[in-house]
Write a protein that binds this ligand. Sequence first.
Ligand code: ZN
Length: 658
Amino acid sequence: MKSLWSDEEANAFANDDLAMRVYTSRLLGSSDDLVMHGGGNTSVKATARDFFGNDVEVLYVKGSGWDLKTIEKPGFPAIRLKETRMLAELDTLSDPDMTRQLRALMLDPSAPSPSVEAILHAILPAKFIDHTHTDAIVTLSNNPRGDKILAELFPDCLVLPYIMPGFILSRQVNEAIKRHDPGQYKGIILMHHGVFTYSDAAKNAYEDMIELVTRAEDYIAAHGETKLPTAIYAVDLFDLARIRKAVSNARGSAQLAMLDQTPEAQGFSSLANVADIATRGPITPDHVIRTKRTPVVISTKPADGVPEVAQFVSDYKAYFEAFSHAGLQILDPAPRFGIWRNAGSVAFGSSEKECNIIADIARHTRWAIQTGESVGGWEALPAKDIFELEYWVLEQAKLGKSAGAGKPHQGKVALVTGANSGIGKAACEALAADGAVVVGLDINPAVVSQLNRNGMSGIVCDLTDSKSVAAAVNQVITRYGGLDIVVCNAGIFKSGERIADHTEHTWDQTIAINLTATQRFMTATIPYLKLGVNPSLLVVGSRNFAAPGPGAAAYSVSKAGITQLARVAALELAADGIRVNVVHPDAVFDTALWTEDALARSASRYGLSVEEYKTKNLLGKEIRAADVGRLLSALASDIFGATTGAQIPIDGGSDRVI
Ligand code: ZN
């Protein structure tokens, strides 16, 4: 492992302890072989001024909710050092008392709560303390000969057996450093957990960490296999959607299923003994709150309903029964990732962010398992220890209220056509605001940059080209594992031509894009919707269907056609639980179809001002694309869970329709 320390950069912080602490914390955080996603923590002991202007000795320690990779000064709450050390001398300290007392010792009570390892940082007698959960050293401790290997390799470190983090770990270390002067050691290694290095100079603490990790990496390279097997297999996307559905059912809410089909992931998934080695346990118990103790191992061609997921659920319930005690509530029993034989690794989560965290941990775990096996065997902590951490309230608190929980479409996947502007873009925004990941299709390449934000993305697609449609749908399933909401919105409007003057081109093009392409799109997406979670198919019609006007025959006929298509689809798909509904907007002027000129011309035709023309309906209300977007998202939600085959006007009220 390479040191990232730069004297030049560090010089800028020479007279500012906290700035220096931020600097080397970020160096540690920038390597995910050292710490991942909020793991690891650092501290610095310094003098701070309290409210009365008195200087007090404090510990600045990483606060909860901060990540070492991006941490800033406010990420280090200051707690009174002397009293924090006194906590380590207590015989017992309950978790609620520890949390309360640490908060009581903060100079600023509005700062984030200090790390659960704060007491340990306080008792180590050095200014800068660095703590990581480095893969290489922890992997060597997860070995049948782990204690021997570590003793040989790290004679200059104090190696301590595993104990649960929090107060009892602080006490264990406190007792140990009373017996062995920590000054004679380069670091403290906690079996199955991680490493502490410490020094009065930030550079030394950091460089010591890098040196210890490098020593472990070199040992692994010399005694084991670091070139891991790879494989390349094709994946059946319908099977992926089936797996996603089974896991969503087990979790009780829609889950994304993000497949890692890299050669490394596929190589691991195709190992003959993968079901054994992948399910012995995590690298460190810290990971359990993200990944659960084990992944679900799924066969290459899962049977209907994916029985492996049901088995995982009943095994999880048995694990809970075996280790739980009074007062504990079982967490949801669904797996967080799967090893899919000959296909790769699948991360399950309610958001892309959650899936990405799980996928990162899964990637590191398969490295640790395979290299661990090659240096004498992979052995994780007993299930009981993992359970204690999984159900430790202080660990669960780290997950916090996961962002977006409770949103109607959290974990769902939506696909919208004609998404570059107007109602299509507004539908994407409304569905994303309600928690879905949304992919918008448009023939206009601008859709890619237009939707590149907030859980949305764009794909360029010509809906009149079946190959282009199939490629886009495949891309969505490959990325998210399934499809739950489809909005058929794309359409063109060429006004002015009466039937007597209709050109073949206008007619053919309008029917091809508005009607035929909608049917083709339904045909391409329905097989995946059948495997979706509370699936919903939505069609954007037009007031024109119920109340046509002269001069737009092709448009009116195409909108009537897709309305009828939706009614037939509602009949055909009800048995699969797919709801099909139509919205009929009118006079939505903030779309690409309407320029200011066109709006002014139309208004003057009726002898109205633009403002009057925009609100020419019974309610006297202007209808915006965003209103239609929100209606579409609501129609896809549980609010309309018992509604199918419906046509909902959104036109401000029309006496011709009512
Ligand atoms: Zn730790």
